[in-house]
Ligand binder design. Structure first.
Ligand SMILES: Nc1nc2c(ncn2[C@@H]2O[C@H](COP(=O)(O)OP(=O)(O)OP(=O)(O)O)[C@@H](O)[C@H]2O)c(=O)[nH]1
Ligand SMILES: [Mg+2]
Length: 320
């Protein structure tokens, strides 16, 4: 029987469970009019009647892959590309409807499943969700699809409101769960915001990761993969593969010196220091802007070489 992990109380102790039960019985007995809670009745095991819907990881043994990166850095397209690659290699992909029991979340799951089957680039319409990967009927991983602004926002209003100084509760649930994790940390250089030309955001994003995420990573259990995405937009690679991985790494190091300098471990009595991350490059595909009959702009893409998802999946699963 899998253990439940809930947001903010991870794992939930017995006293808290008791409070939940009391709240539930009150809610169930409350018949006067509409409730403002967003839970809806379903057969899912996480429907407890708790008036605040909290993210819950039902299976704490299965590894979770967290794609970390600012808006437009390419997280969703990497997830979709990886899912397509895995599917063509016999894996099954399914959104995890048990993670959060709200109508919005369930809707996002359905919408995301549809998008996995097209070659239309995602537009970041879903909030966050977990995608389950099965191999021969056994769940082998969960992939997190999350909006970039929860990792780092460049929006002045949201910065002012403190968004870069807090961790969303669903991310805390994941980070503090017992599930082994692979953090795929995108080195944003060539997104719309173009961190290559913006040293302020580049440094703030690095610092945000080092202050808020890195300390919560169990480096003995979890993996960190620094991913130089959109390598086709650089001289180091194309949609067919990365021709100069060392050049790409040197380039990334030049732009993200804090990450490379901080994420190191000492061994042999402090005499030897080694990286506690691996460096990889990635390219999702070739993107083409299109306009439909109503003037609505969208993008289609044709997938890049399988070498990218194959290598990434190998790194993600190396310790599992
Ligand atoms: N050249 C190139 N462009 C890419 C690649 N991957 C993604 N893009 C572009 O980057 C855009 C954003 O990608 P997304 O995957 O939606 O980015 P995201 O990190 O999920 O963004 P948010 O959901 O806003 O956080 C895409 O619409 C593409 O235009 C790539 O491998 N190469
Ligand atoms: Mg996205």
């Amino acid at each position: 029987m899998p253990t439940l992990v809930r947001g903010g109380e991870n794992p939930q102790n017995q006293q808290e469970q008791l409070v939940d039960e009391q709240v539930r019985s009150k809610t169930d007995n409350n018949s006067d009019g509409e409730s403002n809670n967003t839970l809806h009745k379903s057969t899912s095991p996480i429907v407890t009647g708790n008036p605040i819907a909290t993210p819950t990881i039902v299976n704490q043994n299965v590894p979770v892959v967290v794609f970390v990166g600012p808006p437009s850095s390419g997280k969703s397209m990497i997830l979709v590309r990886l899912a397509k690659y895995l599917r063509s290699n016999g894996y099954t992909i399914q959104t995890d409807s048990t993670f959060l029991n709200t109508e919005g979340y369930q809707r996002d799951c359905e919408e995301f499943s549809d998008k996995l089957n097209t070659n239309i680039a995602l537009r970041g319409s879903v909030k966050f969700l977990l995608v389950k990967v099965f191999n021969h009927g056994r769940e082998v991983a969960k992939l997190l699809e999350a909006p970039g602004e929860d990792f780092y926002t460049t929006d002045p209003m949201k910065i002012e409101a403190g968004k870069n100084r807090r961790i969303e509760s669903y991310l805390s649930t994941i980070m503090t769960s017992r599930n082994p994790k692979s953090y795929v940390v995108l080195l944003d250089l060539d997104s719309d915001v173009c961190f290559r030309n913006d040293s302020y955001h580049r440094e703030s994003y690095s610092q945000r990761f080092l202050d808020y995420f890195y300390p919560n990573i169990d480096v003995r259990r979890d993996r960190i993969i620094l991913l130089y995405n959109k390598i086709d937009a650089t001289k180091f690679g194309t949609i067919h593969g990365c021709s100069d991985p060392n050049g790409a790494k040197d380039d990334a190091k030049m732009y993200y010196p804090q990450l490379f300098a901080t994420m190191r471990v000492r061994s042999f009595g402090g005499f030897v220091t080694t990286d506690n991350f691996v460096f990889k490059t990635f390219c999702t595909g070739m993107f083409t802007k299109q306009t439909d009959d109503n003037g609505y702009e969208y993008q289609t893409y044709n997938v890049a070489n399988d070498v990218y998802p194959r290598e990434l999946w190998k790194e993600i699963t190396r310790r599992w």
